[in-house]
Write a protein that binds this ligand. Structure first.
Ligand code: ADP
Ligand code: X2W
Length: 256
């Protein structure tokens, strides 16, 4: 058993495709025999659908959702309710012994507010006691990207930034799984490795933007904090995850 936890972030269309999700979670069950495992999930597409059903208009700024306080019950209902419970159910089928949590559980994270975005926080690692206890007892923590602020107000957190904070909390290794095979260059080709200087250039050229820019920021921050590379990869080929853990090149490796 390697003692460095593996923190996997799952997002995008994966969360609405049960056969793809089950295949990936089956690989997670294999990996859990080698690494303590932590899952962090998004659910932006489900939030879009729920907000529309409730008659709310929604907008994003720099890849993050503007989240007025009156929309938070719906946003938290989708992320920490429906999507989290679904992730726990599917992970349970694979024998992962999942435990569904918000980022505030056991004071795991604290939050820096971004008033431009409404009830949105950036998660920062705070107290690792709950996570360490769950991992040493063989459970798989499954975090939604919902937290709460100092006044008890619900907060929406981008799930990549949430995964970065959780990874820093356990000093783990982070893999951000998404709908595309990794970070793509101006011609749509996969970039195998990216450092902060090269990344800044691609951002200034408008080649890395929106949700991928948020992922890149989460990865660079974590790479810097832990002095370890972070991978952004696709979820479509679950075996890739096994290959990645065998040190083979998969997706985009972000180094500081
Ligand atoms: N250079 C880039 N390479 C790959 N994807 C990019 C790039 N720039 C922007 N994107 C967009 O970012 C998306 C991934 O971010 P996001 O939708 O937030 O993912 P997730 O929902 O998995 O967190 C891609 O599907 C793509 O539309
Ligand atoms: C503040 C903010 O943008 N929160 C995100 C949280 C979900 C998320 O990040 O989902 P994916 O990883 O599936 O994109 C949102 O409301 O969409």
């Amino acid at each position: 058993m390697n003692n460095t936890p593996l923190v996997l972030k799952m997002g995008g269309r994966l969360l609405q495709d049960d056969s793809a999700l089950d295949a990936l979670l089956a690989v997670c069950a294999e990996l859990k025999q080698q690494y303590p495992l932590v899952l962090v999930h998004g659910g932006g597409d489900q939030v879009d659908q729920w907000l529309a059903k409730f008659g709310f208009h929604t907008e994003k700024l720099d890849g993050q959702r503007i989240s007025p306080a009156e929309q938070m019950p719906v946003i938290a209902g989708a992320l920490a309710g429906a999507v989290n419970a679904h992730m726990v159910a599917r992970a349970s089928l694979q024998g992962l012994k999942p435990v569904g949590l918000t980022l505030s559980a056991g004071n795991s994270c604290r939050f820096e507010l971004n008033p431009k975005l409404g009830a949105v926080g950036v998660a920062k690692p705070q107290d690792g006691t709950l996570l360490q206890n769950l991992l040493s007892a063989g459970f798989t923590p499954v975090f939604s990207s919902v937290g709460h602020g100092e006044q008890g107000q619900l907060l929406n957190v981008n799930a990549d930034l949430a995964a970065a904070a959780i990874c820093q909390l356990v000093q783990g290794q982070l893999v951000l799984l998404t709908d595309v095979p990794g970070i793509l260059d101006g011609e749509g080709k996969l970039i195998n490795e990216l450092n902060s200087r090269q990344a800044a250039e691609l951002v200034s050229q408008g080649i890395i933007k929106g949700g991928m820019k948020v992922k890149l920021d989460a990865a660079l921050d974590t790479a810097q904090a832990l002095r370890r590379s972070i991978t952004v990869a696709g979820w479509q080929h679950p075996q890739d995850l096994l290959n990645l853990m065998r040190q083979q090149a998969v997706g985009t490796r972000i180094v500081c």
